[in-house]
Design a protein around this ligand. Structure first.
Ligand code: ATP
Ligand code: MG
Length: 392
């Protein structure tokens, strides 16, 4: 029934002169996701609106699902297009549309005509009135409500006639690529994939780093992270996943430092390494899935002690979220089922029985002095031997 979609976009409408940059980023991302869908699509920008026109057969459900993963889109309107063959033909096309969509339903409606073609012989008020009158005659269940209609029937008079009434919600946010790039610390848990999704939703491109500790963490644990990255990449586009072998560093910290401070010191090294990769790859910030109080390493003193080594901004979009709310998003973006698979991550292997919950930065710094320059070489070695996986 539908040959086109009208795309509604939100915040990017308010960006003044930069508006075209945002629209172009949106269109380029739409092209990317639609290239994975069966069908031929043409995307066009016309008078501040973006249309997706289809040619021949296409998979409607897949098309909508793909567009629902494009940040910046707030609404997807399936549209019926018709040639302008005069008012009588238009009126008939609109009735056909209404019969297919709303036969036998009891609802209120309003007709909203937009006359983009300024040479159209009738003005928009007149088109509203005439179409409204005919709908009332042909549909006994429909009544007019001009303030809060259930059905808002849009009729746009342009070079073609465009008819729609349905708005399928998009994800909102801002188009990818309009806000630089950040490095996500991606573990196999529930939180970090959600954190990556949330930051990407603000238009930020994402690369990721995973700290792997073989043989304490299995190959399967790494595959799980790759699978999670793939799920996240459905929204964020290409992700460069850096896998760091963290075993020697972890063992060395384990040997040299007080065990109740292990997690904090390990986390400080993760941040340091992530920052170095970020510097190499043009990432201007780090992203983590930390949330206040979730575990011992995420109390405010622990977060402060970890953050002590950070020179880049660290984005923690989940910082004040309850687990329940994080899980809701994880389910929505389809990472939850993978995240709950029971493969150990490198932190669980080396956790102390009673980790500090109120670490003092000064003490942690002193403890780290037990690590000789050897640690620098280990960090360098870990960076040099990292595996880089392209996630499409
Ligand atoms: P998640 O569900 O994201 O694993 P978590 O509740 O298990 O979080 P922690 O293990 O304390 O929390 O990790 C906090 C954050 O540190 C994670 O959200 C992630 O950003 C980062 N992180 C933890 N472990 C790793 C790892 N092995 N590789 C990369 N990043 C990690
Ligand atoms: Mg974790």
């Amino acid at each position: 029934m539908f040959q086109a979609f009208l795309i509604k976009y939100g915040e990017i409408g308010v960006k003044g002169k930069n508006r075209y940059v945002f629209e172009d980023a949106l269109i380029s991302r739409m092209k990317q996701v639609l290239s994975t869908v069966d069908g031929t699509f043409k995307i066009s920008k016309e008078q501040g609106r973006i249309y997706v026109e289809t040619e021949g057969v296409f998979d409607y459900e897949e098309t909508v699902a793909a567009l629902q993963r494009v940040f910046g889109i707030v609404g997807i309107c399936p549209v019926v297009l018709a040639e302008d063959r005069g008012y009588e033909a238009l009126s008939q096309d609109v009735m056909d549309y209404m019969h297919r969509m709303y036969e036998g339903v009891t609802k209120t409606f309003k007709v909203h005509t937009r006359r983009a073609n300024k040479r159209y012989p009738l003005d928009s008020m007149e088109v509203n009135a005439r179409l409204g009158g005919r709908i009332l005659e042909e549909f006994p269940g429909l009544t007019v409500d001009v303030h809060h209609p259930d059905i808002m029937l849009h009729v746009e008079l342009r070079s073609q006639i465009c008819i729609y009434s349905e708005v399928i919600p998009g994800p909102g946010g801002m188009p990818l690529g309009t806000n630089g790039r950040s490095m996500l610390l991606l573990s196999g848990g529930i939180d970090s994939p959600v954190a990556g999704y949330m930051v990407a939703k603000r238009g930020v491109m994402i690369d990721a780093v995973y700290f792997h500790a073989p043989p304490y963490t299995s190959e399967r644990a790494k595959e799980k992270v790759v699978d999670l990255a793939r799920k996240v990449a459905r929204y964020t586009g290409h992700i460069c996943l850096h896998v760091i072998n963290f075993t020697d560093i972890q063992m060395y910290i384990y040997d040299q430092c007080p065990h109740d401070e292990l997690t904090i010191i390990m986390r400080r090294y993760m941040m340091r390494i992530a920052q170095q990769i970020a510097a190499d790859t043009g990432c201007l910030a780090l992203v983590t899935g930390e949330s206040i109080g979730q575990v011992a390493s995420q109390t405010v003193p622990s977060l402060a002690a970890t953050n002590d080594v950070c020179t880049l901004p660290v984005f923690r979009p989940l910082i004040a979220f309850d687990k329940e709310d994080i899980v809701t998003i994880a389910k929505k973006i389809d990472t939850y089922e993978i995240s709950i698979l029971p493969y150990e991550d490198c932190c669980t292997t080396f956790v102390a029985k009673h980790p500090v919950t109120k670490p003092q930065v000064e003490r942690i710094r002193r403890s780290e002095q037990a690590l000789s320059e050897k640690i620098e070489d280990m960090v360098e070695e870990a960076l040099r031997t990292r595996e880089v996986i392209d996630i499409e």
